[in-house]
Design a protein around this ligand. Sequence first.
Ligand SMILES: Cc1cc2nc3c(=O)[nH]c(=O)nc-3n(C[C@H](O)[C@H](O)[C@H](O)COP(=O)(O)O)c2cc1C
Length: 205
Amino acid sequence: MKVLLINGSPRKASNTGLALEEMAKVFREQAIDAEIAQVGALAARGCMGCGACGTLGKCVIDDVVNELAEKLRGADGLVLGSPVYYAGPNSTLTAICDRLFYSSSFDKTMKAGAAVVCARRGGTTAAFDRLNKYFTISGMPVVSGYYWNNVHGRLPGEAERDGEGMWNVRCLARNMAFLMKSIALGREKYGLPEREPEVRTNFIG
Ligand SMILES: Cc1cc2nc3c(=O)[nH]c(=O)nc-3n(C[C@H](O)[C@H](O)[C@H](O)COP(=O)(O)O)c2cc1C
């Protein structure tokens, strides 16, 4: 069992990273493999809308996105972590996620998803909602904690002192571990839900 955690922060000593490390510790305690990929300092461009992925099954820009796609293919869960920038997630992360989710052709149904954001003060729930959008268009159950998963801090290391934030992400990781294990059992017993052939109407009948 494996979880991929993607950190959108460009900072080496990242507060978001502290929250993700806290979660990774919980996953490892539960014998779940946890890999953290930090992408925020990469020069990754956004989606060009070229549609080449429709035939390639992967992004035409062969960079970290295709590497992450392979990791996500083999993962049971995905955590998206981001610093809050102007009340949204970091734009490098969303550039990567737009391409990752749009271009990867494998089924993500029942891979568990969780979003975690880090801010000095405000904009957390808007950033959190934005990240959850990737899961909720992909058949991925969203895992909850006991708050809208955020940690607070500005200077490197400050998030460690956010006791409630860190408590919540540990709880979130435990809930996620339970859900992933339950889904694995359910998949064995019942199989994945049947999926009808896609209907796309672009609002035009
Ligand atoms: C460009 C930029 C925009 C930011 N916007 C916000 C914001 O909207 N709200 C906020 O509370 N903090 C904001 N911050 C502060 C960061 O969210 C905060 O420093 C956080 O700890 C960064 O996480 P990291 O260490 O994982 O990079 C901003 C920081 C930067 C560099």
